[in-house]
Write a protein that binds this ligand. Structure first.
Ligand SMILES: *Cc1c(COP(=O)(O)O)cnc(C)c1O
Length: 403
């Protein structure tokens, strides 16, 4: 029997939430889980029966629906069926899994790579497998939730440093015992603010303090660097990251996560990380789609150029219209609104004009920093971006967000 006290606490939490959602729905401001019923082309989706320009996608290179990638997935279904035979270590490993891991290792300039069934599971299992309770982990305050959860699960001393403030990182590194094992973790591009971690400085600190360095490249694979290989290419610092993490669910239009790194570490993860040993292998169609996507990125470099140009156009255009876009340098562009209600209202107004963009409110971001979190991709046309910015600015004025 559950104790009545616990039951009360839980039902209070649930009721409080239900009330908050009810109020938002009543005001027509509830934008959670809106189903997309069809993809019209790489930058347009059908939502509530209306064709909308997509400005909330993580598919940075516009690869969802790419004919070569779709074909690869279909061929994998014909060859292997839709499922695997269980976990990788028993009967689940297919040759397409090994091929994918080789493709990733080549793309990332690493000795080898391991894949998991999601980016979330990757961070959770890898951090908690590599670290134990006598170790120290140093994590940027704005790191993704999956990193935070992995750090907590590891039982290591969990130290957070101020966002992209490497003087603060240095301070906390100096406070840790010199003899302890240390891991520094950061996102390459931060998913809410769009800014880039200061890789040169973080590498310098990692070396000075004999710490391992792990970087989560969810938003930099296919985005940063001339050939899209990510943050090391962006800074011209190939080979400086010990644990290169990424997801297969954003620029790569599939699902899954990976770690690229040296043989011994990856081999250890294959034998010791629980999400690998106790969870089924990636479905063959998804592994094949991911494998093909890495090749398409290298074969179609115009996509990266277009993405970079679109990002610049979007950031400078919003700024010149008077918006605060914080410190973004990438395709993730925060459009600062202020209070949560303003972000909800701006979302409603621009969606009514068929621009699909979503709000981010507290507690996901600080109170008073609610925003639209808009993204551009390589699939947007210059004139579509201009039009979207005009609409966002007109509605921003109407709501008093812009003067
Ligand atoms: C999306 C994301 C993840 C999780 O990846 P999934 O494949 O969606 O589970 C991890 N880290 C960062 C920074 C992300 O943005």
């Amino acid at each position: 029997m559950t104790s009545p006290r616990i039951e009360d606490a839980i039902s209070k939490r649930i009721d409080g939430f239900a009330e908050r959602i009810r109020l938002l729905k009543e005001a027509g401001l509830y934008y959670y889980n809106q189903p997309i019923t069809e993809m019209m082309d790489e930058s347009k989706v059908l939502v509530r029966g209306r064709v909308m320009q997509m400005f909330a996608s993580y598919s940075y290179l516009g690869l969802i629906g790419h004919p070569r990638i779709n074909e690869a997935a279909k061929a994998a279904i014909d060859r292997y069926g839709t499922g695997t035979h269980g976990v990788r270590t028993l009967a689940g490993t297919l040759d397409i899994h090994n091929e994918l891991e080789e493709t990733i290792a080549n793309f990332k300039g690493a000795e080898t790579a391991i894949t998991y069934t999601s980016g979330y599971a990757t961070n959770l299992t890898v951090v908690s497998t590599l670290l134990g309770r006598h170790d120290y982990v140093f994590s940027d305050r704005l790191n993704h939730a999956s990193i935070v959860d992995g750090c907590m699960m590891s039982g290591a001393k969990f130290v957070r440093f101020k966002h992209n403030d490497l003087n603060d990182l240095e301070r906390v590194l100096e406070e840790a015992p010199a003899s302890s094992a240390k891991l520094i973790i950061a996102d390459s591009v931060f998913s809410m603010d769009g800014d880039i971690i200061d890789l040169p400085r973080i590498v310098e600190l990692a070396r000075k303090h004999h710490a391992w360095l792990m970087i989560d490249e969810a938003h930099s694979i296919g985005v940063l660097g001339k050939t899209g290989r990510g943050i090391e290419e962006h800074f011209g610092m190939e080979g400086v990251i010990d644990i290169k993490m990424g997801t297969l669910s954003k620029t790569i239009p599939s699902v899954g996560g990976y770690i690229a790194g040296n043989h011994d570490m990856i081999n250890y993860l294959r034998h010791a990380s629980r999400a690998y040993i106790f969870s089924a292998a990636l479905p063959p169609a998804q592994a094949a789609a991911a494998n093909e996507a890495f090749k398409v990125i290298l074969d179609e470099p115009w996509r990266i150029e277009k993405l970079t140009a679109n990002g610049k156009q979007f950031i400078s255009g919003l700024q010149s219209r008077g918006f605060d876009t914080m410190l973004t340098e990438t395709a993730i562009v925060p459009v600062l609104c202020g209070e949560d209600d303003l972000a909800y209202a701006l979302t409603r107004n621009v969606q009514e004009r068929d621009i699909f963009v979503l709000p981010v409110v507290s507690p996901a971001v600080e109170q008073g920093k609610a925003r639209l979190r808009a993204t551009v991709t390589a699939a947007h046309k210059t004139e579509d971006i201009e039009r979207a910015m005009d609409i966002i600015a007109e509605e921003g004025k109407r709501l008093g967000i812009l003067k």
